[in-house]
Design a binder for this molecule. Structure first.
Ligand code: 6PG
Length: 247
């Protein structure tokens, strides 16, 4: 009988300390995979906290020991914008981390971008990303990183949206997102949960109620999407005191 997956709440005084804690953990997790002789597979997220967290990785001395070319990089969601749009999660991650380290281009799997002129179809783009993951993925992730909105959304899975109940696809298109931009691609819960570890990166008073609700046993994930994704081995909440103030 395998042990129940762990849920760890890791509190830091400030958002900067949360980002530094993330960075140390992230480097350690990658080194653990590589010590075990495995290509690490990670799913990144977007948002302001994530960008600061990515930048902090470069300040971790041990990051120089990581074989960055032996890491598969995926995204949990993406804003459906032109590939070079600064609001793209991939553009943000490249600006903060990927462009500063020797990742292997063929192992960095951005979600499709919209191409305004030809009107790339959002649903087809989501399906294409699922096909890419089936073809090139390892069948799961070592770490899925998730931010969380004040409404409890994770990736681009928003409260009450139909995508919350799609469990037979890897990725889905999302229209009329309550968080701009309106059109997005998101991994489904089924894909996000193929993770050894899920890490939530959440700071600020505005998210304290959503953190409390997400950690409430039996909470309906359709009301609070963050209540659902859990790692098969471990779930880690990386929180500052403000976001953790109600738990
Ligand atoms: C996005 C993200 C989204 C984000 C949360 C938290 O595309 O915006 O994927 O899920 O992680 O909204 O964003 P903040 O960290 O900026 O609050």
């Amino acid at each position: 009988m395998s042990a129940a997956p762990r849920v760890d709440l890791c509190r830091e005084a400030t958002p900067a300390a949360v980002c530094a804690d993330f960075a140390r953990r992230f480097v350690d997790a990658l080194l653990d995979c590589q010590t075990a002789g495995r290509v690490a597979s990670v799913a990144l997220t977007g948002g302001s906290v994530a960008e600061d967290a990515y930048r902090a990785v470069l300040d971790v001395p041990q990051h120089r020991r990581v074989d960055w070319a032996a890491i598969d990089v995926w995204w949990g969601d993406e804003r459906f914008l032109a590939a070079s749009d600064p609001d793209r999660n991939a553009v943000q991650a490249r600006r903060a981390l990927l462009d500063h380290l020797p990742f292997a281009p063929e192992r960095v799997h951005e979600m499709p971008a919209s191409d305004g002129e030809r009107g790339v179809d959002l649903d087809a783009a989501a399906a294409a990303y699922g096909a890419t993951m089936r073809a090139l993925g390892s069948g799961g992730f070592d770490v899925v990183l998730l931010g969380m909105g004040p409404d409890g959304h994770v990736a681009s899975l928003f409260p009450g949206y139909p995508q919350l109940d799609v469990d037979d696809e890897i990725a889905v298109g999302v229209r009329n997102s309550p968080k701009p931009p309106p059109d997005r691609i998101s991994l489904t819960f089924a894909a996000l949960e193929r993770a050894r570890e899920v890490w939530f990166l959440v700071t600020g008073e505005a998210k304290a109620e959503a953190v409390k609700r997400a950690l409430t046993p039996g909470m309906d994930f359709r009301a609070v999407p963050a209540a659902r994704p859990r790692g098969r081995e471990r779930t880690v909440w990386l929180l500052d005191e403000a976001a953790a103030s109600l738990v």
